[in-house]
Every structure is written in C-alpha cells, then in structure tokens.
Design a binder for this molecule. Structure first.
Ligand SMILES: *Cc1c(COP(=O)(O)O)cnc(C)c1O
Length: 426
C-alpha cells in the first residue's frame, strides 16, 4: 500500500464528497471526531438564522412560529433513525450524564413495581470497571440517594456474561456503554440484552461512541433504555444536547406512573402551560424533558445529525472498518521497533470507529502529533486514541497520520520539553 494507492481509494470512495459538508481547517488531520465532531458547513448559517431571525425578530413568538417547542422531539426522531428506534421513543434533552440518571432511576423503579420479583433481593446495578467514569459516578450518586439499597458491581469488559450467570436474579439493571471510550471495544448488544433479560434484569445502554458511527438496532435488540451524546459522531458542537431512548413497551407501562423519572421538571409535564401545582408527566417520551432546552444548541445538533443521515450508517460503518484496518496495518508495519501496543480489539467486528494504542509516553507522543497537525487525544494512563469519523477522514489522512506517528517515534520528537506539559483537557 502506497500513498498513491490511498489517493486512488479516496477518488473511488462514495463518501468522499461528504467531506465538503464540513468546515475543517486546512492542514489538519482530524482524528478526534469521537470526542468532538467537526463543524458542519451548514451550522454557522443556521445558528445565525436562529439568532437573528427567530430570536432577534421573532422573539418569544418563535417558540410557536419557528417550532422551537417541538425541536427536542424533532431532532430525537431523526436520531431514532440512526439507532433502530421509533420516533416516539427518542428525545433530546440535557447531557448524557443527566439522562443516565433519569433512565437508571426509571429502570430501578420499574423493577420495584414488578410484583413477581423480590425487590429486596434484586439490588445490583451491574456495569463494567472500564466504563466511562460519568456512568459509574451517576450510578453511585443515585445508589447513595436511594439509601444504599442498590449496589454498583463492576466487572471486566469480557466478564459480563459470567457475572450475569453468577449473580442471576440479584441483578436489577445491566448498565453498559456499547463502545468503550478508552479501547474502542464493542459489546454485542443483542446477546447481552437477551442474557440480562433472561435473568429478569433491565438494560441501560450508553451509545456515546456508537450513535452515528456503528450500526445500532435498539428495537431488534429489545433494549430497554439508552442514552447518547450529541457532540461526538453526531457533530452537534461542544456541549450539544444528549438524547434518551425508552422502549415503547416501557413508556406504555409507565403511562400511569405519576413519577416515572425523578427529574420531574415543568417541560416534562403533561400540560406545562396550565401552570398547575401538581406534577403530572407527559404521556410518552416527553416526560424525559426537564427544563427549557437550549434552542441554539438544538439547532446546531440538528445540522450535525443531518450530516450523518445524509450518508447513512451502513456506508459509514463500511468505510470506518476500512479506515481502522488500514491504520492498524500501517502503524504496526512502520513502528515495529517501538513500544506501541494495540489496545483495541484486532477483529473489526469487535471494534467501534476508533483505534487505540498504548505507549508509555502517550501524552507527549500525542502532543508531538498534534504539533504536526494530526489531532487525536490521550486517555490516562497511557492511551493514544484515534477516532475515525468516515464522513470527513480520508484514506490518505490515515496514511499520513501513520507516517507522522512513525516519524515522531523514530526521531523521539516527543522528548521536546514543550510536549510534556499536561493540560486541563486531554
Ligand atoms: C462522552 C461520554 C459521556 C459524556 O457525558 P456528558 O454528560 O456529555 O459529559 C458519557 N458517557 C460516555 C460513555 C461517554 O463516552
């Protein structure tokens, strides 16, 4: 494989034209779309329109005339198309962390209401030790709030089936992130959901590194609850609103429950503009909205989601696999003498859209790469993380990034003092 071969692959790539849908700066190879998606070309003009026209001229009337009030559901319905959900099962709201709190609380409440099961015995929230910390922290906070009735138990990535077999009906909720943030390893959602449900547990899936990157079919997997992130592969912008999914069968069960999720804010009320003192939840997924959504952020997220829908997940996945395979092959063949070790699964079917290498000098190595215009990121303690957003990453980018990594390691460019200073955000 030569650089010219990569140029030829780019010329034949059906997704190549989608790169023009992004306003990427020149001279940069952006391999961090898994942490902050690139800026879509349409976003600035759309946000400008929302600011100047809808807000500036339309003022408060725009809640009705510009459809602001429907925006969380409208963008949620578009995201639903990417994750195998029905439109009425998904809504945009708050952050991933907050949505986790809502659905986890909701799942525990549903478990408590199942008459055939002993709630006293079903006290475990099962998750993975390497899960993204906010997922674990939110579960810890909720367990603490519930008076210590529930206990968070953590196992290794591959130990979930064995843990379900061992803990059996003591598991209330299985809470997992589909694609691991630090390794890119991907769980088999359908089979783990089935195993958990066979024990009577409910499932909460975090799709932060999945939505817009890998095929997800929540419906086919019969997933119970899910949350996900707007600013990663959905290109919604820094701090974009997150989304929440609840299976229709649970929405139906919860319809008569006056407090199905604990953050019972006024915009999740059945009739917010009745301004009555008693909370009554909206009948469906609308009850997962809490307070007034950020309309500017939702408008930007809508632009980002459209970039993904325009390409379609199957095409994105096919190219993502090709890009990650190429990167692993190029890095391993060029950097044989180095201390690099592949930290992602070698089998593409077990990997999301990122490739991670462990290296003892991972922080300065990544800083040296960034100094050369190859932007990935570092995850403690020793991970070089490269995300491949197939909408705007080319085969030639992959070739050039692997070459930059070879050159950094071969010349020990990372030993330069300016690359050793740790920053607040890594
Ligand atoms: C990025 C990410 C989050 C982010 O949560 P925020 O509330 O948006 O800060 C949560 N979970 C996982 C697995 C993530 O990768």
């Amino acid at each position: 494989m030569t650089r010219n071969d990569c140029l030829a692959r780019d010329a034949a790539d059906p997704l190549a034209p989608h790169r023009a849908a992004f306003a990427l700066p020149p001279g940069v190879i952006y391999l961090d779309g898994n942490s902050l998606g690139a800026l879509p070309a349409t976003t600035a003009a759309r946000v400008d329109e929302v600011v100047r026209q809808e807000w500036g001229r339309g003022l408060i009337g725009s809640w009705n005339t510009a459809g602001w009030v429907d925006l969380p559901a409208r963008v949620g319905a578009r995201i639903a198309e990417l994750i195998g959900a029905q439109a009425e099962e998904v809504i945009c709201a708050d952050s991933t962390s907050l949505n986790l709190f809502k659905v986890l609380a909701c799942a525990l409440r549903l478990q408590g209401q199942r008459p055939q099961l002993s709630m006293r015995e079903r006290r475990i929230i099962l998750s993975e030790r390497g899960n993204f910390p906010t997922d674990l922290y939110m579960a810890q906070g909720l367990a603490e709030l519930m008076g210590g009735h529930y206990e968070l138990q953590l196992v290794g990535f591959d130990e979930v089936p064995a843990a379900l077999a061992r803990l059996g009906e003591r598991v209330a909720v299985l809470m997992l992130t589909h694609v691991n943030f630090a390794t890119g390893a991907m769980h088999h959602m359908a089979s783990l959901t089935e195993l958990a449900q066979a024990k009577g547990a409910l499932t909460v899936w975090d799709l932060a590194h999945s939505a817009g990157a890998v095929p997800v079919d929540l419906g086919a997997a019969r997933a119970d609850f899910a949350v996900g992130c707007g600013y990663k592969y959905l290109n919604g912008g820094p701090g974009a609103p997150a989304f929440v999914y609840v299976a229709r069968r649970h929405l139906a069960t919860m319809a008569d429950d006056a407090f199905a999720q604990p953050l019972s804010g006024w915009l999740g009320h059945r009739a917010p503009f009745d301004f009555v003192p008693q909370y009554e939840p909206a009948p469906g997924i609308g009850r997962f909205v809490v307070g007034t959504p950020s309309i500017l952020a939702l408008a930007a997220l809508e632009c980002g989601v459209e970039t993904v829908l325009a390409a379609g997940v199957p095409a994105l996945r096919a190219k993502s696999v090709a890009l990650t395979e190429l990167f692993i092959e190029q890095v391993e063949s060029r950097c044989q003498e180095s201390e690099l070790r592949l930290a992602s699964p070698r089998q593409p079917a077990r990997r999301g859209s990122q490739v991670c290498f462990a290296h003892p000098q991972a922080w300065p190595v990544m800083q040296a790469l960034i100094g050369r215009g190859v932007i990935g990121d570092f995850r403690a303690p020793d991970i070089l993380r490269f995300g491949f957003a197939p909408l705007y990453v080319s085969y030639t980018d992959v070739w050039d990034a692997a070459e930059a990594l070879r050159e950094v390691l071969a010349t020990r460019a990372h030993d330069a003092p300016q690359y050793s200073q740790r920053k607040a955000v890594t």
